[in-house]
Design a binder for this molecule. Structure first.
Ligand code: UDP
Length: 252
């Protein structure tokens, strides 16, 4: 039986539908990919399935170390049940190695290790090109409170430690990543929870030995073998062996 579901939101790589009960949503991972602010688009067959599994893998494990997040359970190949949060309109980026916009902004060679992990905030507004913002902007414009900023920074660093360790153990360097947070309201109080996804779409992942890119930069920079690289990340994390053969067959 199929039911007509109400679409709440559609972004570059995901669709949110109304969930089965109040306070829940269904997050659907698409194969579509695009680059914020650029016209380039592609459909990468199997990407949504892989990202759904990789995100499930990290959200589940982060939950066990006390990083609460919106993930409830995976429903099927492309969908997961999540808690509905009030999204904080910021993208939080954590960087360990210079790359991308940081390299451009400060003229740092890509691959240069940073003296310490750096956290940046960007306003989540594609019409403005997601501009970088400071803590002053965030609190002055009420995008988040000082307490929420502190919580997001502490959580972002814990997520960085966990992801760096997990990827490091399978020969992958976590160069940088982006996360989003939301508020879970209970009566008049709210807590900050990790939201969105953690996948090769939102992380820069380099092979620790060859420096080969295993993430969305393969699409952004036209390096080819995008889906094969995402599948390699899943395989190294031990996820790929459980993937249905139909997807594995479609990847080669
Ligand atoms: N990122 C993302 N979504 C965005 C912008 C960036 O997931 O809309 C991720 C990106 O994959 C990288 C990190 O955030 O892991 C830092 O990206 P950067 O600021 O260097 O921007 P880019 O070079 O990707 O434009």
């Amino acid at each position: 039986m199929t039911t007509r579901r109400k679409k709440i939101y559609e972004g570059q790589g995901k669709i949110l539908y109304e969930g089965p009960e109040p306070g829940t949503l269904i997050q659907y991972f698409k194969d579509d990919t695009s680059d914020a602010g650029h016209p380039k688009k592609a459909v990468l067959e199997g990407k949504g399935v892989i990202n759904n599994r990789i995100s499930e893998y990290f959200m589940t494990r982060l939950n066990t170390i006390g990083v609460q997040n919106h993930f409830i359970r995976r429903l099927n190949l492309r969908e997961q049940l999540i808690r509905e949060l009030e999204i904080i309109p910021l993208q939080v980026v954590v960087r360990n190695v210079a790359a991308g916009s940081l390299s451009q902004r400060f003229g740092l060679p890509e691959g240069q290790a940073l003296p310490r992990s750096i956290i940046e905030f960007y306003l989540r507004d594609p019409n403005l090109g997601n501009p970088i913002v400071t803590e002053e902007h965030i609190t002055a414009f009420n995008w988040a409170s000082t307490q929420e900023l502190d919580d997001m920074m502490a959580l972002a660093l814990r997520i960085n430690d966990f992801l760096s360790g997990t990827f490091g153990a399978v020969g992958i360097t976590l160069v940088d990543f982006r996360v989003e947070f939301g508020r879970l309201w209970e009566n008049d109080f709210s807590r900050v929870l990790l939201a969105d996804e953690i996948s090769p779409d939102t992380c820069r992942l380099w092979d620790a030995h060859t420096q080969e890119k295993l993430d969305k930069d393969r699409f952004r920079r036209d390096l080819g073998e995008v889906i094969e690289s995402y599948a390699e990340v899943a395989r190294r994390l031990g996820i790929m062996k459980e993937m249905p053969t139909v997807i594995q067959g479609g990847l080669h």
